[in-house]
Write a protein that binds this ligand. Structure first.
Ligand code: PGA
Length: 253
């Protein structure tokens, strides 16, 4: 059984002060959560104070990005070691906004995944097709290509450290969620690609999160799908009450 995991991706929202206010309320609301993992990914400037505030809470910290070099003259970039030092256990890699707005290609994403794993961070590796690709019937070709290039030269042990997030680009921030069955189909396909490239057992244990307009209305149905092990929540993770309701999806009737 894969332990469910819900991640809040705050993107470029919340100052350190706003982040601390959120986290104080989140810790209180989730003080007895045991059956799943909760991860939040604030902006870089909030990581240190939030990391301190989360100590001992059981809620985990993620960064939204990292650079694929250890250190050096890379103005504006952040290394894996810096993220670990402020308490990050996870890092989001290859988010579609990084791919489309900042030109990240599969090769760079592959380097970032390697760097994260070798440094001891668990990468949340994001993949997903655009609307044009889906309408052209290319969804599975695109996903498979992103997996093969993103995971190029990663060993079976490395795969044991990663999480995949399937985020159809057309569903991100648009209010359009993939239907649970549509998401399930893509998740099963992803698991199949990993089983084919590595081993069945690794694929069976790979956490695959769904992302794209996750809300209190759709989380329970999404989580009921066989191959959906968690969610990567953007907009709906910015309000503490909404996020807590999503984390407590089992109680939504
Ligand atoms: P959204 O974002 O929930 O606002 O659609 C999800 C994401 O980009 O990870």
């Amino acid at each position: 059984m894969i332990r469910p995991l819900i991640t809040g991706n705050w993107k470029m929202f919340k100052t350190p002060r706003e982040s601390l206010d959120f986290v104080g309320r989140l810790k209180e609301a989730l003080s007895d959560i045991r059956e799943l993992d909760v991860v939040i990914a604030p902006p870089f400037t909030s990581l240190y104070p939030v990391g301190v505030a989360l100590k001992g809470s059981g809620i985990h910290l993620a960064a939204q990005n990292l650079y694929d070099k250890t250190e050096g003259a890379y103005t504006g970039e952040i290394s894996a070691r810096m993220l670990i030092d402020v308490g990050c256990a996870y890092v989001i890699v290859g988010h579609s906004e990084r791919r489309t707005l900042f030109g990240e290609k599969d090769k760079m994403i592959n380097g970032k995944l390697k760097m994260a794993i070798q440094s001891g961070l668990k990468p949340i590796f994001c993949i997903g097709e655009t609307l044009a690709e889906r309408e052209a019937g290319k969804t599975f070709t695109i996903i498979e290509q992103q997996i093969k290039e993103g995971l190029n030269q990663l060993s079976a042990d490395d795969i044991g450290e990663i999480l995949v997030a399937y985020e159809p680009v057309w569903a991100i921030g648009t209010g359009k969620t993939a239907a649970p069955e549509q998401a399930q189909e893509a998740h099963a396909f992803i698991r199949g690609v990993i089983a084919g490239d590595y081993q069945e057992e690794l694929a069976d244990n790979l956490p695959i999160l769904y992302g794209g307009s996750v809300s209190t209305d759709n989380i329970a149905k999404l989580m009921a799908q066989r191959d959906i092990n968690g969610a990567l929540v953007g907009g709906a993770s910015l309000d503490v009450e909404t996020f807590v309701r999503i984390v407590n999806y089992k109680k939504i009737s």
